[in-house]
Ligand binder design. Structure first.
Ligand SMILES: Nc1ncnc2c1ncn2[C@@H]1O[C@H](COP(=O)(O)OP(=O)(O)OP(=O)(O)O)[C@@H](O)[C@H]1O
Length: 357
């Protein structure tokens, strides 16, 4: 499935602004972005329930929609799964799954049984939906969407109605089934964890545009700007001024290649990549090439978060507060002096102010 240069405006504002995207069979692409950035509108245009102002949509290399030509939604062979896409309450589970199927009765029954078996719900084939839990209903909805073997599956926040622990299981099971069925999947979500868990490829969307696209690993480890880092985790930011492609900070020098002298840069680091060390009679650890220079601060607050502890430290050099996370339990008392170092291989240096939240 491919969309090219799709644009859609509401009230003079471009909510989808020149979006192009390709999704291959057997691949899950997540359209990830904050609420209101235009993800659902993009999906609705592909589904055919919303018309684009300009741009084209292709399936299997064939045009299915531009501003003149338009295949109606029911003939696009696209599977849909939305959070509030309820099952038909007056039909049994089996009849729900069979709903979009054509062909002989036996064949339909076999396909329904196959899919319900795959989602582990064959025993409910003759039950009514209200007897099933939310997670089970969601799995039936998935089976129903996949039953007619759509080439493309569009999913809009399909798991957001489920509670956390259930959600992880259902995500994994859904992913397995989608792969087996070899559909090209476009999944919309505003949750980075969901995208990281589900996606082969993430398209990061902001204000109607795709700002970065790539494998989850690349998006996480080579983010395009400060906001892209901040979308996935808490961040710490140190500002510095560049001289000779370097910027001096209390944590030592950082490379700022290509940034002109006098310009400001933001050095961005995630809390899990700050290194904490103890104070030894007013002294910290020695500088290293990997971690730079240590800077001293005092603990403001430390909290246990489950698998890690979050320590907030007020830095001596400017009174700013940096956040560091440490695996397991580490709960130093407020006022305790500690030293922080920046792991050089985990820092990102961006021109200051680029990529507003
Ligand atoms: N039919 C419409 N008429 C007017 N404005 C609309 C319409 N549909 C969407 N919008 C506006 O377009 C913007 C993008 O909406 P969209 O639902 O695509 O965003 P989203 O990224 O999916 O967000 P969310 O996750 O909150 O659904 C929003 O500001 C929304 O109010």
């Amino acid at each position: 499935m491919e969309i090219r240069n799709i644009v859609r405006s509401f009230g003079g504002q471009r909510v989808v602004d020149d979006v192009s995207l390709r999704v291959m069979p057997g691949q899950v692409t997540c359209l990830l972005g904050p609420s209101g950035c235009g993800k659902s509108t993009t999906l609705r245009m592909i589904a055919g329930v919303e018309m684009q102002d300009s741009g084209e949509i292709y399936v299997d290399g064939k045009l299915i929609c531009d501003t003149v030509f338009r295949i109606p939604p029911e003939r696009r062979h696209i599977g849909l799964m939305f959070q509030d896409f309820a099952l038909f309450p007056h039909l049994s589970v089996g009849e729900n799954v069979a709903f979009g199927l054509k062909g002989a009765k036996d064949e339909k029954r076999a396909r329904v049984e196959e899919l319900l078996d795959k989602v582990g719900l064959k025993r409910f084939i003759d039950s009514f939906p209200y007897l099933l839990s939310g997670g089970e209903q969601q799995r039936v909805a998935l089976a129903r969407a996949l039953a007619p073997r759509p080439k493309i599956m569009l999913m809009d926040e399909p798991f957001s109605g489920l509670d956390n622990r259930l959600r992880d299981d259902i995500r994994d099971q859904t992913l397995e089934l989608l792969k087996e069925e070899d559909a090209a999947v476009l999944l919309v979500t505003h949750e980075p964890e969901e995208a990281m868990r589900m996606a082969d490829e993430i398209a990061l969307m902001r204000k109607g545009k795709i700002v970065q696209q790539g494998a989850p690993y690349n998006i996480y480890n080579a983010p395009i700007d400060k906001s892209a880092v901040a979308f996935f985790s808490d961040i710490n930011v140190i500002r510095g001024t560049v001289k000779g492609a370097l910027t001096d900070t209390p944590f030592g020098q950082f490379l700022a290649p290509g940034v002109p002298d006098g310009a400001q840069v933001d050095i961005v680091i995630r809390p899990q990549h700050l290194k904490i060390d103890f104070d030894r009679a007013g002294k910290g650890p020695l500088p290293t090439p990997q971690d730079g220079v240590a800077a001293r601060g005092e603990v403001v607050r430390a909290r246990f978060m489950g698998s890690e502890s979050l320590v907030e430290i007020r830095m001596d050099f400017d009174g700013s507060i940096l956040k560091a996370t440490v695996p397991n339990v580490f709960l130093p008392k407020p006022g305790k002096p500690l030293w922080l170092m920046f792991r050089r291989d985990r820092c990102f240096v961006f021109p200051a102010g680029k990529g507003a939240h």
